[in-house]
Design a protein around this ligand. Sequence first.
Ligand SMILES: Cc1cc2nc3c(=O)[nH]c(=O)nc-3n(C[C@H](O)[C@H](O)[C@H](O)COP(=O)(O)O)c2cc1C
Length: 368
Amino acid sequence: MAGSSFGRILRVTTWGESHGTALGAVLDGFPAGVRLSPDMIQVYLDRRKPGRTKIATQRSEGDLVEILSGVFEGKTTGTPISMMIRNTSQHSSDYDALRNCYRPGHADYTYDKKYGFRDHRGGGRASARETAARVAAGAAAACFLREMGIEICAYTKSIGPVSVDMAAFDASLIQTTPTCMPDAEADKAAMAYLEKCIQERDSAGGVVECRITGLPAGLGDPVFNKLDALLAQAVMSVGAVKAVEIGAGTEAGRMRGSQNNDPFTAGENGIEKRTNHAGGILGGISDGSPVVLRAHIKPTPSIFREQETVDRDGRPILLTIQGRHDPVIVPRAVVVVECMCALTVMDALLVNMTAQSQNIIRFYKQLY
Ligand SMILES: Cc1cc2nc3c(=O)[nH]c(=O)nc-3n(C[C@H](O)[C@H](O)[C@H](O)COP(=O)(O)O)c2cc1C
């Protein structure tokens, strides 16, 4: 299927459907000599897994990663890293009613229009299950970035009307609260809101914020491969993401230049910015400040209340969806956003190696 690969030097291809035998990723262009094991990947996959809390579906997907190639004696070999996750918890019959009808808000209608038929079980490639493959690949990139001192940290910023109080930010809560909010009070309020959504057979949306720290200045390429453009593509390609903001984002449209501009200063570590409305990117190139990105995520389209729709022949029907669906996507999307950012940043780092001739000369003079 065209469109299943992403990246220039570090190129990831994901494959598989949610109700097929397995799904996975092939990561090509990954440098040799990086420490990598299934355990290191599994930590990330476990954060995406459903069934951990009552606001995530009770599917008990094992999501165990197998590394099939590209790693020898705990280190990457420089050859394609192929990773596979077997599908072990499919309830394909839950989707029988969807064979000939279209869920509002999902990809059933558009897949039928594009291909003439579709794998209706679980949404096929449009299923969130595909994001497990992205997480496996992105986890490998994140492990490499950490060795370089680059940290990527995403968390839930808001769910429905409930937003995190950034003054109460506690990073240790991101992986312990069911909502992945770094603020205990906001987590409690968001859970109460989600309980109400569940009772009303409805779903909620929200925002994931991601901060990338330790990034050197100079990443990103004029003009079509600007870092912000690449990050936006990477994150927007995750199902249910409807908008991506960098820095002040849409708020910049309401500011004056004098408010939005970040004054430069001579800091301890060289040139710095006093504020970061730019979100760490100027002219599509990282400026050395933290990159700050927000992904706006729509409410889960598969809701359990009766909905009006049509069948393949356009006849109106009333649909009640069966199966297991999250009342909110946001907490499970946190690690997916993090991993898509990791893939994008690692690729940008590799591409940047050829930006200045002195880097190439220094490298080859050392070598020969
Ligand atoms: C982590 C994650 C979990 C998701 N879980 C569900 C789900 O349980 N049920 C559902 O209908 N959609 C779910 N989605 C959203 C669909 O995959 C998405 O809405 C669909 O592919 C249509 O794409 P679009 O919303 O970008 O138009 C999830 C998305 C993500 C990223």
